[in-house]
Design a protein around this ligand. Sequence first.
Ligand SMILES: C[S@@+](CC[C@H](N)C(=O)[O-])C[C@H]1O[C@@H](n2cnc3c(N)ncnc32)[C@H](O)[C@@H]1O
Length: 254
Amino acid sequence: MNPAVFQKSTCVPDLEGAHYQTCLEALHRSLHPSAYLEIGTLNGETLALARCPSIAIDPQFDFFQPLVAQIIAKPCLFLFRMTSDDFFAEQDPVSLLGSGIDLAFLDGLHHCEVLLRDFMHVERYCKENSVIVLHDCLPVEEAIAERERTFDGRVLPHRNGWWTGDVWRTALLLKRYRPDLSIAAFDAAPSGLVLITGLAPQSRILADHYAAHVERMSSWHLRDLGIDGLFEELGVEPAASLSDTEQMRARFLR
Ligand SMILES: C[S@@+](CC[C@H](N)C(=O)[O-])C[C@H]1O[C@@H](n2cnc3c(N)ncnc32)[C@H](O)[C@@H]1O
């Protein structure tokens, strides 16, 4: 029998959905959050989409000058130039925002254990029907999912710079070990969006076994799973549904 039959995919075609920022814009329109938190802001393109009281956390903000008017077009905006771990060690987002977080976008350091901590921290300050969005959990090529960003030249030329790190492991961990959550993955270009709701701010499932979860997910490899295997397990859906306001409201504003 041909051994190639058993070979797992380590490179798949580009995701076909709309660009993730277009999808996020649609999500802000549908969900109308009253309190937004973002980890990983860089030049402010995703922060500019929020119109409500917002918190942005990044050790290195680098706002695009032409975006500044849009970024500050909110009733209030708190910028924390620090790592997300430092932020949550010092601050209470509910006190800052005056209410629980409605929508969060997690796009900070692309290491699986850091995203896991970011998720755990943010969930504590959410409501059950808040939505937490994870970025970059659908890598289309094995090399862009390495923990270090040294892959340029080893990927298809148009994918140079598409670093996702290994945060796909966090999405898979949540899928496997938090069956209480409602998790939906979308093929937003270039590396996916994962929407999580049905949150449980008091849950200890992750915190009580944090080290074991990190050890467990670190032993998972894309080569063994296959990228198509990962996408199948996460149940990747067309991102087109993210622009359907009625569908999004019915699905996420329960
Ligand atoms: C991919 S960029 C964010 C891009 C932005 N969300 C967008 O879509 O336009 C990732 C950002 O995470 C920030 N970052 C890195 N480590 C971090 C950490 N530990 N906590 C918070 N942010 C971090 C980086 O400084 C960088 O600006």
